[in-house]
Design a protein around this ligand. Structure first.
Ligand code: PFF
Length: 461
């Protein structure tokens, strides 16, 4: 079977940025900022990007580009070329954990997607503007308790994703990303400008410009490192989800990426777009919430409970609501296709079946996961593990364990075993200075493992 590939560097960048920019940026990042002190959280997040995620992203993409294989076999291909003894172990932790993480992520991502579709439809019909303030919470609560609405909405998203993926890498993933991403950024910028000029928005901007030292560990009673750890853990988990790092997706996209194109530049662009999207989301949501006098630390309900109220009180609110939930829809689709493509790529390689049959198998598998998560979340099925329903269990397992374990494996694999072929692969398309090689080596060998190890340790104890 001929290996598929992107047509150009920009095809790759926009597809990877499309994967990165999603509900994680627009829904998760703002509420975490609200909960962890605004600028304090943003600063910790940016430092993590520079010292942990940037080298890991280069590592993940170049593992894929060097091996030109799926996320499980890539470690074996490189390992066998290097004569490594325990390639299977790398494949297990780097590959199969990525598969499990992606499956769990898909299962709960379609549930959140179903809320997005619900609010989008409500904003089209205009009903969203009519819900009374005191009923907004009940509206969201009723939605999350309704199995049938969530299931049918999620199913629509699932089918749209499957149809796009049947189109393949160029006609499906790349074309969709190239069309949707510019539109997405236009909506982002227009909404950002509107939000920043709202009456009372200055308080939100002030919140975003002020460091709350408590979240860095400084309290009136002295220094408390656990507070910094909490912020660090939340920011690191968010960075993985936001950049789609440690899910095998960048590895698979890397295998479609031409060896002649500059990988550093591509990574810089992806990170830039993703961070802009996260910051723009914060600048859209937080000032709007402040201007409406609502609590900024209200957690996951921020996008679905607090924002509708903001739109109701805005002149032209109907249009702004429509634009916002359309933005969420587009961002969701570009992310679900990447998760799906990673699974389809693996199933095609392992079963030797064509794309259509593989998409069908993955669709059925994801449908099972999504149905279980929705049933457990809405209370139709009483499944609780570690006291959590399947939605919060999967979200917790993915952001704390699977992505971390996969990233730790990649850091150790490239840092200690495969530095030579990886640097060789990067050098084919870009000049690599000694300073970069040192930064790459030190971050992958020491900084990332310590950071990721700490995260795992904190999660276990
Ligand atoms: N990066 C996406 C977001 O921020 O919403 C979510 C995501 C997509 C996570 C793809 C993981 C992934 F593999």
């Amino acid at each position: 079977m001929k290996k598929e590939s992107f047509t150009s560097k920009w095809g790759f960048i926009l597809a990877a940025a499309g994967s990165a920019i999603g509900l994680g940026n627009i829904w998760r990042f703002p509420y975490l900022c609200g909960q962890y002190g605004g600028l304090s959280f943003i600063l910790v997040y940016l430092l993590i990007l520079l010292f942990i995620c940037n080298p890991l992203m280069v590592a993940e993409i170049s593992i894929g580009r060097t091996a030109k294989s799926n996320c499980v076999d890539a470690y074996k291909v490189i390992g066998e070329n290097l004569g490594l003894k325990y390639s299977k172990i790398w494949s297990f932790f780097g590959g199969w954990f990525a598969v499990i993480g992606t499956l769990m992520c898909l299962s709960f991502y379609f549930l959140v997607a179903s809320w997005v579709l619900y609010y989008f439809l409500e904003s089209i019909s205009g009903d969203l503007m009519l819900i009374k303030q005191e009923n907004l919470y009940a509206e969201f609560d009723t939605l999350t308790k309704s199995f049938s609405t969530q299931f049918s909405n999620g199913l629509i998203f699932l089918l749209i994703t499957s149809i796009i993926i049947i189109g393949g890498v160029r006609k499906g993933v790349e074309k969709t990303s190239v069309c949707l991403m510019p539109l997405l950024f236009c909506i982002f910028i227009i909404l950002g400008m509107r939000s920043a000029t709202l009456e009372g928005a200055e308080k939100g901007l002030e919140f975003l410009y002020t460091i709350d030292y408590k979240y860095l560990g400084f309290t009136d009673e002295g220094y408390d490192i656990t507070l910094l750890f909490d912020t660090f853990t939340a920011a690191l988990g968010q960075a993985f989800i936001s950049l789609s790092l440690g899910f095998g997706i960048l590895l698979v996209y890397g295998s479609y990426f031409s060896a002649k194109d500059n990988l550093f530049q591509a990574v810089r662009h992806i990170e830039f777009f993703d961070t802009c999207a996260a910051l723009l989301s914060v600048f859209i949501i937080i000032p709007a919430i402040f201007s409406a006098g609502l609590p900024v630390s209200s957690g996951p309900g921020l996008t679905f409970i607090s924002l509708p109220l903001v739109f109701q009180n805005l002149s032209g609110g109907y249009i702004w609501a429509l634009a916002f939930y359309l933005l969420l829809m587009l961002a969701t689709v570009t992310s679900t296709i990447s998760l799906f493509e990673m699974m389809v790529n693996l199933v095609m390689a392992k079963t030797k079946k064509g794309r259509f049959a593989s998409v069908l198998m993955v669709t059925l598998l994801v449908l099972c996961g999504f149905t279980l998560v929705t049933a457990s979340f809405s209370g139709v099925l009483n499944i609780k593990i570690f006291g959590r329903d399947l939605f919060s269990l999967f979200d917790w397992l993915v952001s704390t364990y699977t992505a971390t374990i996969v990233s730790l494996t990649m850091a150790l694999f490239v840092g200690y075993k495969a530095m030579k072929p990886i640097i060789h692969n990067i050098r084919r398309s870009a000049k690599v200075s000694d300073a970069f090689t040192r930064y790459f080596l030190i971050t992958l060998r020491y900084v990332a493992p310590v950071g990721l190890g700490l995260l795992l340790l904190m999660a276990v104890i």
